[in-house]
Design a protein around this ligand. Structure first.
Ligand SMILES: Cc1cc2nc3c(=O)[nH]c(=O)nc-3n(C[C@H](O)[C@H](O)[C@H](O)COP(=O)(O)O)c2cc1C
Length: 270
């Protein structure tokens, strides 16, 4: 038996691996249109200045509304903007030249309005987790609806100061009631032409195993991180993955405090 050759580290080796990477779709399914759309979706950071037709905006929002949710509680809300509205609210353009931005919120306010009719247990961490998960499902449904209409998109957590890391600012700016939290901003538009390689995915054996937890192999994990950093540098030579982590370091503490205040208002009042 031949010994398994370990892939090696190095910037160019990483780039070659990234350029060669393809999702593994079985031959029997390679022409399935929905699978093709799922596998071809990439986050896009350069949009054309081409407006999105009204019916397309409508169907993206409708796809969010139709997402599944725990106990069908639909703990989400969507605040959407076209470029002039965004400019008016935030004093700048939609990030990356996007033509539609949907701030996706986890929303327990609506559920709490019904508390006298539905005796839903008020356990803040569980409710928060459920609401955030549901909002994520709505976000992904909208993403795929955008793809189905020939658009591209990106979800944001900090770029353009409009995501989870900007919870305090957004709650104030949008005068959000208690229990409503901005989770991510989905920016959509028609992609400008350009290379769209797949940011390196963790190998299947590191994330999935039948019947028990796939404890990751350290070397494989470290190789993936090297590929991630190389891919980041190749796509954005003016910055780096580490620089991005530093941006997070600068904002995350405040965001954590704002989130605690929002999720556990009583304990932060003490
Ligand atoms: C919740 C969430 C927040 C994200 N925030 C940002 C962001 O603030 N800035 C950014 O450039 N990309 C952001 N991304 C995009 C990720 O970097 C991207 O999904 C990941 O690198 C995988 O690439 P792909 O979407 O092209 O497959 C975010 C993605 C998600 C799901």
């Amino acid at each position: 038996m031949t010994e398994n050759k370990q892939p090696r580290k190095g910037f160019f080796r990483s780039i070659i691996r990234i350029l060669k990477a393809k999702p593994a779709i079985p031959n029997s399914l390679e022409h399935n249109p929905l699978l093709k759309t799922i596998m071809a979706r990439r986050s896009v950071r350069r949009f054309a200045k081409k407006p999105i037709p009204e019916d397309v905006i409508t169907v993206i929002l409708e796809a969010g509304r139709m997402a599944p949710s725990g106990v069908n509680l639909q703990t989400w809300a969507f605040i959407w903007f076209e470029p002039p509205d965004w400019q008016e609210t935030f004093g700048r353009s939609i990030p990356f030249g996007g033509q539609l931005a949907v701030i996706i919120l986890s929303d327990l306010h609506r559920l709490r309005l019904l508390m006298d009719e539905v005796d839903f247990p008020e356990e803040p961490l569980i409710l928060h987790t459920l609401a955030v998960f549901n909002a994520g499902l709505a976000a992904m449904n909208m993403t795929m609806a955008a793809e189905a209409c020939g658009l591209s998109s990106i979800m944001l957590s900090e770029t353009g100061r409009t995501g989870l890391l900007d919870i305090g600012m957004l709650r104030e700016k949008l005068t959000l009631p208690e229990g409503v939290l901005p989770i991510t901003t989905l920016v959509c538009g028609y992609a400008r032409k350009g290379l769209k390689p797949i940011p390196p995915r963790l190998p299947m054996e590191l994330i999935s195993r039948k019947g028990d937890y796939p404890e990751p192999d350290r070397e494989a994990l470290s190789l993936w991180l090297a590929d991630m950093k190389a891919g980041y540098k190749a796509m954005r030579p003016w910055t780096s993955f580490d620089a991005q982590v530093r941006i997070y370091q600068g904002k995350i503490h405040q965001a954590e405090e704002d989130l605690k205040k929002a999720v556990f208002p009583q304990s932060s009042e003490k």
